[in-house]
Design a protein around this ligand. Structure first.
Ligand code: 6MZ
Length: 351
């Protein structure tokens, strides 16, 4: 699989490192715990799928798919995070049958575990979609088949609930995740993602509780934008998540809960900068967590639109300011180990 070109701040940080520093980061056991499947597909595979799409019967017009791919190829420029979600109809059109979804999953596993990412362990997340070609169960089974065949115990699946889902669909998705887990499939957790201001999260809370009761880990995108209310954040924290995605705009009360419960924060530096929820690396909330020696995991989020890599994200930790945070090797080792310790457990005998 050809390399995904790394761009932007992560690329500049990587270029600023010495060969010895690069070798150190490559050899460091790093987990990738926050990567969205459809946001991580290598561009070359998407282009291949798009060529095949033209001849297939399609519900999304090929011209829309073409425009989406061209936009990704040029490198996305977002005014604000709301613009991000419009990218996905084009990608989804190309991964709406089991065969294409399997190819995408395989390429993503390869990219993270053997390609640019150099991850020692991957928790891949994806939102099961029911399409004219597959049910949500077949969606999840297709992704799991690839994980179990090609990554074995180096990867696992987190099942995402999209905030835009109707509550009955969210309930069905959690029940499916728990059921697959009981069948011994490599499902380790559930996630809440999607447009950060969509949906009423009070209606979802009970589903996260049943996921926990079913032996699954829970990670939630939380306070990703300034517009997420303090009430919603507290409601989500009441679901007892073990990890949180982004957690960019927590107020003091929420920060205290996070600190007391030592909830791991999944940090996606490039993603936050490109979605403009954080202005500069210097302003990033990672500094707060580093100061408190609080558990974090360094992650990529969506390497397809953001053109970053796990290596690039670690380069942002290591490169001297203003390109990076200038952390020492010992500090970076600690961060990587924190991430490894925050993996969701997979005990095959658990029910
Ligand atoms: C919230 C995000 C996201 O699930 O179809 N997604 N949700 N915040 C983000 N920060 C930038 N990045 C990705 O992968 C794509 C889906 O992941 C969610 C969105 O719902 C997107 O549609 P899957 O494999």
């Amino acid at each position: 699989v050809p390399k995904l070109p790394i761009a932007g701040a992560a690329a500049a940080a990587l270029r600023a490192l010495t060969p010895t520093q690069v070798a150190f980061l490559e050899a460091l056991p790093k987990p990738e715990l926050h990567a969205h499947l459809n946001g991580s597909i290598p561009l070359h595979l998407l282009q291949e799928l798009a060529l095949e799409y033209k001849t297939a019967s399609s519900t999304v017009a090929p011209s829309i798919v073409e425009a989406g791919i061209e936009y990704l190829q040029a490198g996305v420029e977002l005014e604000r995070i709301d613009d991000f979600f419009g990218l996905f109809p084009a990608v989804y059109a190309l991964t709406s049958n089991p065969k294409a979804l399997r190819r995408a999953t395989r390429a993503v596993l390869h990219q993270f575990l053997e390609g640019d990412g150099r991850a020692a362990y991957l928790e891949l997340r994806s939102t099961p979609r029911a399409t004219e070609h597959m049910s949500r169960r077949v969606y999840l089974e297709s992704v799991l088949d690839e994980i179990e065949t090609y990554a074995g115990d180096k990867a696992a699946l987190i099942v995402s609930l999209d905030r835009r889902m109707q509550p009955d669909v969210a309930e069905e998705v959690v029940a499916l995740a728990v059921q697959l887990r009981r069948e011994g499939r490599r499902v380790v957790g559930v996630d809440l993602c999607g447009d950060p201001i969509a949906g009423d999260m009070a209606l979802f809370a009970e589903y996260f509780k049943s996921a926990r009761a079913g032996g699954l880990g829970v990670t939630l995108h939380i306070a990703e934008t300034e517009r997420n209310s303090a009430d919603e954040t507290l409601q989500l924290l009441a679901c007892d998540p073990q990890r949180l995605g982004h957690a960019t705009f927590l107020n003091e009360e929420a920060k205290q809960i996070v600190r007391e419960r030592k909830i791991c924060i999944e940090i996606c530096l490039t993603s936050n900068l490109l979605c403009k929820t954080v202005e500069t690396l210097g302003d990033h909330h990672i500094r707060h967590y580093l100061r408190h020696n609080h558990p974090i995991a360094i992650c990529t989020d969506d390497v397809l639109p953001f053109r970053n890599s796990l290596m690039g994200e670690y380069a942002l930790l290591m490169a001297p300011a203003p390109l990076g945070l200038g952390l020492s090797e010992v500090e970076i080792e600690t961060v990587a180990k924190m991430g490894m310790d925050c993996r969701f457990r997979f005990a095959p005998e658990a029910t």
